[in-house]
Design a protein. Sequence first.
Length: 134
Amino acid sequence: KLDVRENLALWSGYLTKDKHFDFHYLKDNYPPLALWQKFIGQNEIEIAFGETLNENFALNHANYEIKDLNYINNQTDNIKIKSVKIEDMKVILGTEGISKANEERYKITLKNIEDKYRNKTNPDPLELTVVQRL
């Protein structure tokens, strides 16, 4: 019995003679899934996805917005996106204006983000919460 998963095929049973296997890739119809988001520096946020993103959209600064949720204090940070990098299946947002406040929460809004098969995040825009723990 052949069990085919996203990027893995498992055979269970006995091969008593040579057997030929054919594999056909199906079109990806699933939206990119954000697996986690975290601070990796005071003004650097990493968002990991479950698949490769379309760089034409993922590298566009205008597709990201970060807002201070004022969970810890009433000081509202005015946050700007300075840079966007892609490393493997991660987006690294370089920011400006985030003050040091352990456990402060920030809302990240992502819009027009899609995978290499042009599937957009669901919902679009996608809102994530990231907590500052440095």
